[in-house]
Design a protein around this ligand. Structure first.
Ligand code: XUL
Length: 521
């Protein structure tokens, strides 16, 4: 059996799979808000950060790991697990002092992780991907490295607020002594992997590419970017390696405390999006994944590393080899929930309106679907901008507002994914809102491509379990055939709407340009 862990924004999830029966044996989830209320993070992060800061308490992730393992051993025989791998919310960073390696190398199985590691942090909290506080540092890094295009060419992304390099630079500038007292900087995923294996883990190419520090071409840290970010940085970063690298066997802590086999192997943790690419069966170019989550993401395997000169898209390592692209939209569920609340609907009524809309209103009413700052496109939106068929703002019945919002989200995705230049042969849709047939149908129509949904609810944890299996010699193609299974019939696009959505996309692009040029929303 193989275990995949997904340490995401709001929860820690485990999936155990058995390739012999092509089945998922167990699934467990710890919700940070619900199961660990003592950390004061109802949505997985510390509320009320100033100036766009969004941090989380890394001790919460450790408490979740203990709790999860305890639940897991009650629902499955963990001694049969041959290998573990994982995924973590991308970009988030954990700052550790020199005691970290000693402590994780000698954990006492009678005491919990939180209490043993509490003294290992040189920074008490971890900035996560939702943090937008490093605009100034992004500018400084770009200037020092020779401009945005250079940063993008080396690392696959322009300097981005939530990426780890700009976050590290801010820490270096604002808390210089604490930076100097930092022996190692891990990503959320490589931090969890380190604890599991009892020594400092490598960062994989998938997650490493989300830092603005990795040279995509060489697969090593880039000296230009390291120098542009903070002094002495190379010495604080773990080495890079591919996701299927075996780090060693699981730490005796997990053997003694939870009953793991002492020979259970640990592979690396990758980012949640690269892991999801695997779980969604999309490691080969042609299958596009759209994930409708807290943030919406659009990602796909790529033939070669192509970069987005507009600076919105990113290139990461594909855990199965080669590259993947990713575009992240901040106003995902955030916006769907905001409109739902504004209209006073519950989810089922919201989804029913998405389902109920008639096709003759397709693409008619435009909405820039942003309730707050967006990263794709990067703009400080305050509220959605609506243009009805009559040109005026608002006044639309609820169902048409829901349709305009969803169409707006998918038109925005279509517009900002053009640079990838990958054929959209099939879309695999995942995440909370994907189960709704109306929403899935809209995706098919807007992109004019067939849409499939998979049986799994957590593609990142599933992908991580598949990476664990691949680290032991199983083929990704076999794993994808057996585990990335479609949950129902393919939803085909209405081909008669092709030109409607072509036009809608152009009008959407124009409206976006007008609003952004005017500088207010
Ligand atoms: C990707 C991104 C998010 C996080 C959290 O760039 O910021 O998708 O990985 O899921």
């Amino acid at each position: 059996m193989f275990l995949g862990l997904d340490s995401s924004t709001q929860s820690l999830t485990a999936i155990v799979l058995d390739p012999a029966t092509a089945g998922v044996v167990a699934e467990c989830r710890i919700g940070f808000g619900q199961d660990l209320p003592q950390f004061g993070s109802p949505s997985g992060f510390l509320p009320d950060g100033e100036e766009g800061e969004v941090h989380a308490n890394p001790l919460m992730w450790l408490a979740a790991l203990d709790l999860l393992m305890d639940r897991l051993r009650q629902v499955c025989d963990v001694s049969k697990i041959k290998a573990v791998a994982g995924s973590g919310q991308q970009h988030g960073s954990v700052y550790l002092n020199q005691s970290f390696e000693t402590v994780i190398g000698a954990l006492d199985a009678s005491r919990d992780l939180e209490n043993q590691l509490v003294g290992c942090f040189s920074r008490a909290t971890s900035p996560i991907w939702m943090d937008t506080s490093t605009g100034q540092e992004c500018k400084e890094i770009a200037a020092a490295a020779g401009g945005d295009a250079m940063v993008c060419q080396i690392s696959g992304s322009v300097a981005v607020e939530r990426f780890t390099g700009p976050q590290i630079r801010k820490f270096f500038k604002r808390e210089n002594q604490a930076y100097e007292g930092t022996s190692s900087i891990h990503l959320v995923g490589s931090f969890m992997a380190s604890v599991l294996v009892g020594k400092s883990a490598n960062i994989d190419f998938g997650d490493g590419a989300g830092m603005n520090l990795m040279d995509l071409a060489s697969g090593d840290w880039s000296d230009v970017l390291l120098d542009a970010t903070a002094p002495e940085l190379r010495g604080k970063l773990p080495a890079l390696a591919s996701a299927t690298t075996v780090l060693g066997v699981i730490s005796p802590y997990f053997v003694k405390r939870y009953g793991f086999d002492p020979d259970c192997k640990c592979a690396l943790f990758t980012g949640d999006n690269p892991a999801s690419l695997v779980g969604m069966g999309a490691t080969e170019p042609g299958n596009i994944v759209i994930s409708l989550g807290t943030s919406d993401t659009f990602f796909a395997a790529m033939e070669s590393a192509k970069t987005d000169l507009n600076g919105y898209g990113h290139v990461f390592g594909n855990p199965a080899g080669g590259f993947m692209s990713l575009i992240c939209f901040r106003n995902g569920s955030l916006a769907r929930e905001a409109l739902r609340d504004e209209l006073g609907l519950d989810w089922s009524a919201f989804e029913a309106s998405a389902l109920a809309v008639t096709r003759d209103s397709a693409g008619e009413n435009l909405m820039l679907p942003f309730y707050g700052p967006e990263i794709t496109p990067r703009f400080d939106f305050k509220r959605p901008v609506v243009r009805t068929v009559h040109g005026a703002d608002g006044g639309l019945p609820a169902s048409l507002q829901v349709r305009a919002l969803l169409e707006g989200q998918f038109l925005n995705m279509r517009l900002h994914s053009k640079w990838m230049d990958v054929p959209v042969r099939k879309i695999r849709l995942t995440g909370g809102a994907s189960q709704n047939d109306g929403i899935a149908g809209l995706v098919a129509d807007v992109f004019q491509a067939p849409v499939e949904r998979l049986v799994t609810g957590n593609s990142a944890a599933l992908g991580a379990a598949m990476i664990a299996a691949a680290s032991q010699g199983l083929e990704f193609s076999t794993l994808e055939r057996d585990f990335s299974i479609s949950s129902g019939p393919v939803i085909h696009p209405d081909r008669s709407l092709a030109s409607t959505y072509e036009r809608a996309q152009n009008r959407f692009a124009e409206l976006l340009r007008d609003v952004m040029d005017a500088g207010t929303a």
